[in-house]
Design a protein. Structure first.
Length: 358
């Protein structure tokens, strides 16, 4: 969000008078010259000539300390360079010079967000919209923070308001679709994602998320079509490949799922869910040695994971290594909550082995 060029102030017509402090030298020549330097800084910044831009903004502020646009632009430049605390200082000065400056309030929100201060960011975006209810970027930013905080109905409403301001905006339609999906409003989610794809047939994330919506609706064939379309557009999009594997498993295509999961794990060894599911597939296919190796590797990184212990126990049991299997299943029980389904399954497996005898 902080890189959006809309967030820089537009070049000023001059004379451009900000604020009303009587303590500032407000001679027209200083005000006009301040605006000239701000405009020069703006165009340097557009050309990614950041040091030149900084010098011009500083000259503008030296000539007119209440030049709200120059203060905002210098803050934005600081944010571009990752100096968010310094950016906040300049945004606040810009707002002090011109309290109703919606753009500066929006940018202040972005700086707070970059520092992980979501509540402060939310307040800044709301203030921006108070002064300019049609500030579309602030509206989108507000929606994004509400979504990130888990306020899904409020986020949905904020995205809908954004789309009133920017009809058919792909970014807004996509995010609204995701908000619907998070609330299990699957038909509404599918409708928004399909609209995105009509506008942009190469929107990889929309294809993948539409596949997830269709998967949740148990339309596995359509889900796989969506994931395959994602992979045609971006062959290294491993999340789409992983989801394709899950859909293949759901339709009983275990061997095909194995091939996809192996590709995911080879490309992203830290993708734990993919590795865990690959281990389960190995067990289902009778590849117990491979499953044992995989789950032991996972347990080296997550020794308290009861699911890994449980599946390792099953693989060991299948090879007749009963004592080892019992030890792993007991670990799954010890690490689970009383009454936990995985713990119950582990107890049942141990009981079955006890009845069979070693």
């Amino acid at each position: 969000m902080i890189d959006d060029p809309e967030q820089k102030a537009l070049p000023q017509p001059y004379p451009y008078v900000n604020g009303s402090s009587e303590s500032v030298d407000r001679r027209p020549d200083n005000i006009e010259l301040s605006s000239v330097h701000n405009n020069r800084g703006f165009f340097h910044q557009l050309a990614d000539q950041l040091e030149e831009a900084r010098r011009e903004y500083e000259r503008a502020i030296a000539l007119n300390p209440n030049n709200a646009a120059a203060l905002n632009n210098l803050g934005f430049l600081m944010a571009q360079q990752g100096q968010h605390e310094e950016a906040i200082t300049f945004y606040r000065r810009s707002i002090a010079a011109e309290p109703g400056y919606s753009l500066a309030h929006n940018n202040l929100g972005n700086a707070w967000l970059a520092l992980g201060q979501m509540t402060a960011a939310l307040g800044a975006y709301r203030t921006s919209l108070k002064f300019d209810p049609e500030h579309a970027l602030a509206q989108l930013n507000l929606a994004q923070v509400l979504y990130a905080q888990g306020h899904l109905p409020e986020a949905q409403a904020a995205y809908e308001r954004y789309l009133e301001l920017k009809p058919n905006d792909i970014r807004g339609l996509f995010q609204l679709g995701i908000a619907f999906a998070a609330q299990q409003q699957l038909e509404a989610a599918a409708e928004k994602l399909e609209t995105v794809l009509r506008l942009d047939p190469k929107h990889v994330e929309a294809w993948t998320n539409l596949g997830m919506v269709r998967f949740c609706r148990q339309d596995f064939g359509s889900a796989m079509d969506c994931y395959r379309r994602s992979l045609e557009l971006r062959p290294d999009f491993e999340l789409a490949r992983y989801n394709l594997a899950l859909a293949l498993l759901a339709t009983g295509n275990t061997n095909a799922a194995e091939a996809q999961l192996e590709r995911v794990v080879a490309a992203e060894p830290e993708f734990v869910e993919a590795a865990s599911n690959l281990g389960v597939v190995y067990i289902a296919l009778g590849k117990h040695d491979e499953a044992i190796t995989l789950f032991r590797g996972l347990l080296a990184a997550e020794p308290e994971n009861r699911t890994f212990h449980f599946n390792l126990g099953l693989a060991l049991k299948a090879l007749g290594r009963i004592s080892e299997a019992k030890a792993e299943l007991e670990k799954a029980i010890d690490r689970g909550e009383p009454g936990n389904e995985r713990s119950r399954q582990a107890r049942e497996a141990i009981s079955a082995m006890s009845l069979e005898g070693e």
